[in-house]
Design a protein around this ligand. Structure first.
Ligand code: FEO
Length: 384
């Protein structure tokens, strides 16, 4: 695949994977992107997952013919991109490995050597001439590992963005970009909003025509759309008007309360209501929705003087991903000593700028006149 006259795609699609990074369901597979820049000197941009060494090398050799690569640029040391460094450098003994200083510490950890005799350490602002193409390196620490760099090709105005602007899904499957890019972003990068903001500021100073990420499609058109979404996501802004109701339910009574609230919100014309069973929905999808909308209702049963396990996991994950700047309402159920609302509130204290709704709903075992009235009041408050 030709990206520009001199830049070729040599990535691979993985349809065998069950869980990406050991935890994310990827029903449409995963793409590990890699690129070759052919100039007077040749640079290969990152490797791919270890299972695809042969396929990746075959693509590279097809492009290079009798030539050999001068540089292997390593932007990120997570093994979905770095697994083949050692094999590649063995196959091409004259190739120089180019990366950041912290990356070489990890190279040593993963491969037992930091290639001191054939490496080029680059830092913010350094450039590398390939001929007509000049690569400019930009630090992107903690997006989402500390060693990350991104690379700007000054000639073709291409940003090689590492994991930034990536998504779940192989490239031979058609699907909407934002849905799986959002789940990817909040799952993997979401905690590091400030660091993404720093990178976006640096990128704003460049004339970027094409974005080549390490996962997902190459972005060539309407780049403003993708950059604006990244601005919203990394600043923890509200992307879509709406309310997410996330519940756990043992015998259906808490679910009935969550459902009733959803109906009351819809009746009042709330633009979007998302109702989610935390025990059954993909957790990464739940996290994504919590960040997407401005208001979140948490409904759960009291369990072991705490909350139900799936709710505990959900709030723990939200806090771990830097959930903030949202309105949260609580619904608790308890047959003898309701404590779930108190427990949820305590766990959410780790999150910045959370506004709790004035009305907290309490259900004693099952809905009754009193708890239905509380749900009415909460619906009114959330819609006003
Ligand atoms: Fe795609 Fe952070 O590895």
């Amino acid at each position: 695949m030709e990206i520009t006259k001199d830049i070729r795609y040599v990535g691979v699609n993985d349809h065998e994977i069950d869980l990406f990074e050991g935890q994310y369901k990827v029903e449409n597979g995963m793409a590990y992107n890699s690129y070759v820049i052919v100039d007077e000197k040749i640079a290969v941009m990152d490797t791919v997952d270890g299972s695809f060494y042969e396929e990746w090398m075959q693509k590279i050799r097809q492009i290079l013919g009798s030539r050999t690569p001068d540089y292997l640029v390593v932007q990120h040391m997570e093994p979905d991109h770095s697994a083949n460094i050692s094999a590649f450098l063995q196959a091409f003994p004259n190739t120089v490995i180019v990366s950041s200083a912290p990356a070489f510490n990890m190279v040593k950890q993963f491969f037992g050597t930091d290639y001191a005799d054939r490496r080029l350490i680059v830092k913010e602002g350094d450039t590398l001439s390939l001929g007509v193409h000049t690569l400019q390196f930009i630090g992107a620490p903690m997006v989402h590992w500390p060693e990350v760099i991104v690379t700007y090709d000054q000639h073709d105005k291409v940003l090689f963005s590492a994991d930034g602007f990536g998504k779940f899904g192989a490239l031979d499957v058609e699907e909407e970009w934002a849905c799986e890019a959002r789940r990817y972003y909040f799952g993997i990068v979401g905690k590091f909003g400030m660091q993404v903001q720093n990178l976006l500021k640096k990128a704003a100073a460049l004339d970027i025509q094409i974005i080549c990420p390490l996962h997902g499609p190459i972005l060539k058109e309407n780049l403003e759309y993708y950059v604006n979404l990244y601005q919203t996501w990394s600043s923890y802004g509200v992307e879509s008007e709406g309310i997410m109701i996330a519940y756990t339910s043992v015998y259906g009574n808490t679910k009935a309360a969550a459902k009733l609230l959803a109906d009351k919100l819809t009746e009042r014309g709330c633009p979007k209501v998302v109702l989610t069973d935390l025990a059954r929905e993909d957790m990464a999808e739940c996290i994504e929705d919590a960040f997407r909308y401005g208001k979140l209702v948490l409904a759960t049963t009291t369990y072991n003087t705490d909350m139900f396990p799936f709710m505990r996991e959900f709030i723990h994950e939200l806090a771990g991903h830097n959930y903030q700047n949202r309105t949260v309402a609580l619904i608790e159920n308890g047959s003898w000593a309701p404590l779930a609302a108190k427990a949820m509130r305590a766990k959410l204290e780790a999150c910045k700028d959370i506004t709790f709704a004035e009305h907290t709903v309490q259900i004693r075992s099952a809905l009754n006149e009193d708890s239905i009235a509380q749900i009415e009041a909460l619906a009114e408050e959330l819609c006003s």
